[in-house]
Ligand binder design. Structure first.
Ligand code: ASP
Length: 451
């Protein structure tokens, strides 16, 4: 069987919905499960609803609610006719009614919590998959709709809930029964706790749902359909000479995703690794293009791509008490753990530690507690730039090329990943674009390719 995940841009309007369904119809004999995101920017709009409703601003929340209603009802009219249209409209309206009631409740309670946020965000996927399901029926496809919340189970860390693998795999195997000629449609991103409270896997999490379903069912392949030709050497919006990679290893893809390449969600690869399932990233607008295959084996050495993550905060802790002491780092990391803040890069000297975080939700508490250990300074607005590829820094010439190219850039931190597939450094946000362009030029210009 095969899992095909379609991102928001692949279902953003009725034309794209038709296109995406064409793609799955072409693989009905491979027992497909279709996992879909919400239409286009619907999740962003829902995010605004959750926030504004929670702040008691019912008018803004209602306006956005109306625009979401129009978007889906218009698409239904463009996609369907007769009974399928009226059934689809009824289903959409029932879902929207539920959303409307939640919004009213949040306005009254002035509640904006990760839990209420997840409840609101889940509606985008529920609405888009309703359209897909009825359109598939309308085209005569033998389709089945499965609510992902019934099969993907998580803990209650709302807004980026953790998968309960055993429970989820069990439910998926029991409920999702792919077969030739039949199309199963379900939502990405949304899940629920064992008590049935709606959760989400974190923004962009539909990719992760796809590999979870794929791993549970032992898929032959997971396809991620998006709006670019695959994973590229860099973000093409910044580097117009960026090229598509034919193949990349799981580990490299994971590092790229984690350090800012937006094509796949960082958690996506783990379930694929466990079951050795190839993940192929393809372009819905250009389905003939081969895309990028993410596979278990090595795909050659050298820098494969450059990723970057802006808006990073660096926290420095300096303490002479650290000198020759033990247990010092433990104390520091316990504080991050306490505030559920994950750390990206670390560099240490005998008396100082620099740590980068992208989630600054608890930064005040963290710095207060850290200052009991040493003197703390915080630098905002930085970018992590990462060169990713197998054997990326063990060759001396790579490092000299990098530092030579970046002679004029103030580099704040450097981190060489122990697995030798990641060389990352921190530069100020305002020098980030320049840094990335300089490096892309060094590693991907015709004559220096694959340094
Ligand atoms: N719709 C969700 C988002 O925009 C999940 C996804 O598209 O993967 O983040």
């Amino acid at each position: 069987m095969i899992v095909l995940k379609f991102g928001g841009s692949s279902v953003k309007n009725s034309n794209m919905i038709k296109r995406s369904l064409e793609i799955v119809k072409g693989v009905l004999d491979r027992e497909p499960v279709m996992v879909s995101s919400a239409m286009g920017s619907v999740t962003d709009k829902l995010q605004e609803i959750a926030y504004t409703a929670g702040k008691g601003n019912s008018e803004t929340a209602e306006n956005i609610f109306n625009s979401i209603t129009n978007l889906h009802l218009t698409a239904a009219e463009e996609l369907l006719q007769g009974e399928n249209l009226s059934h689809c409209r009824d289903s959409l309206l029932a879902i929207l009614k539920e959303l409307g009631s939640i919004i009213k409740g949040l306005v009254l309670l002035r509640e904006w919590t990760p839990r209420s946020n997840d409840a609101v965000l889940s509606f985008g996927e529920r609405l888009s998959t309703t359209l897909l399901y009825y359109r598939a029926l309308d085209e005569g496809v033998n389709a089945e709709y499965i609510d992902a919340r019934e099969i993907v189970k998580t803990d209650d860390s709302f807004s980026s809930a953790r998968l309960l693998e055993k429970e989820s795999y069990g439910k998926i195997k029991k409920t999702v029964r792919p077969s030739k000629g039949r199309l199963i449609i379900t939502q990405g991103f949304i899940a629920s706790t064992l008590n049935g409270i709606t959760t989400t896997l974190g923004r962009g999490g539909s990719d992760y749902t796809a590999t979870i379903v794929g791993a549970a069912l032992g898929a032959d392949e997971v396809q991620i359909w998006t709006d670019v030709n695959g994973i590229m050497t860099c973000d093409p919006r910044l580097v117009n000479k960026a090229k598509t990679l034919k193949e990349i290893s799981y580990k490299e893809a994971q590092e790229l995703a984690y350090f800012g390449a937006r094509v796949i969600h960082p958690a996506t690869i783990q379930p694929a690794i466990e079951k050795n399932i190839p993940v192929v990233v393809k372009n819905t607008q250009n389905p003939k293009a081969a895309g990028t295959r993410i596979i278990s084996s090595e795909t050659g050495k050298g820098v494969k791509a450059i990723a970057f993550k802006k808006g990073i905060t660096v926290i420095n802790v300096i303490s002479s008490r650290m000198l020759l002491a033990f247990g010092f780092l433990k104390k520091i990391f316990e504080i991050f753990e306490k505030y559920k803040t994950s750390v990206d890069l670390i560099s240490t000297s005998e008396v100082s530690v620099s740590i980068t975080v992208d989630n600054t939700f608890s930064i005040k508490n963290i710095t207060e507690e850290l200052s009991l250990i040493g003197s703390v300074s915080v630098e905002e607005k930085n970018t992590i730039v990462s060169l990713v590829g197998l054997g990326v820094w063990k060759r001396p010439e790579t490092l000299s090329l990098v530092f030579n190219a970046l002679k004029t850039i103030p580099i704040r931190m450097v981190s060489l990943g122990s697995s030798d597939i990641n060389l990352s450094f921190v530069v100020p946000d305002k020098r980030a674009d320049e840094t990335v362009l300089l490096l892309h030029n060094v590693f991907f210009s015709e004559d220096l390719e694959n340094k």
